[in-house]
Design a protein around this ligand. Structure first.
Ligand code: FES
Ligand code: FES
Length: 171
């Protein structure tokens, strides 16, 4: 019979995990269903809501849009893995302090995306609304909104999410 399963290893929130996956399994399903890592949420399952976002080898990525088998050896940090023991990541603190969520379903994806987005801006990556592509991007409200536009919140906590990201981005 044709072999449709592959053994892979993933480092998830600092822990090395080995598993066998059907080659058609998305990274999101492998994390949630096989490894019991439930921080990334399944909202739309086709790349439109951002609730499944993690940091994949340091860059934000929607886990419903990639196959697990393609990420063999990857380093994955979920929102749960951003904290150090009981100490929350500054972005998590900012979301709490600014009431950046209501039902909280989208929040793990928002937090991972916000952390990844700040790194991208710091590295000089322009966005769709960056006016001067030669200058270092300035994190205006419009820039933050554009860079976070892949993360939807059905409760519309957007003003507080923006405030939280602004607070976390402040030096
Ligand atoms: S569940 Fe992945 S983008 Fe919606
Ligand atoms: S806080 Fe409910 S979907 Fe965002």
């Amino acid at each position: 019979m044709e072999n449709t399963r592959t053994g892979i290893t993933l480092r998830v929130d600092g822990e090395q995990r080995s598993l066998r996956v059907d080659n058609r399994t998305t990274l999101l399903d492998a994390l949630r269903e096989q490894l019991g890592v439930t921080s990334p949420k399944k909202g739309c399952d086709h790349g439109q809501c951002g609730s499944c976002t993690v940091l994949l080898d340091g860059r934000r990525a929607t886990t419903c849009l990639t196959f697990a088998v393609a990420q063999d050896g990857a380093d994955i940090v979920t929102a749960a893995g951003l904290s150090e023991g009981d100490e929350l990541h500054p972005m998590q603190e900012a979301f709490l302090e600014r009431d950046g969520f209501q039902c909280g379903y989208c929040t793990p994806g928002q937090v991972c995306s916000a952390v990844g987005m700040l790194d991208e801006a710091k590295a000089g990556h322009p966005s769709h609304v960056t006016a001067d592509l030669t200058a270092e991007p300035e994190l205006t409200d419009d820039e933050i909104r554009e860079r976070m536009s892949g993360n939807l919140c059905r409760c519309a906590a957007y003003p507080n999410i923006l405030a939280a990201i602004r607070a976390a981005a402040a030096p």
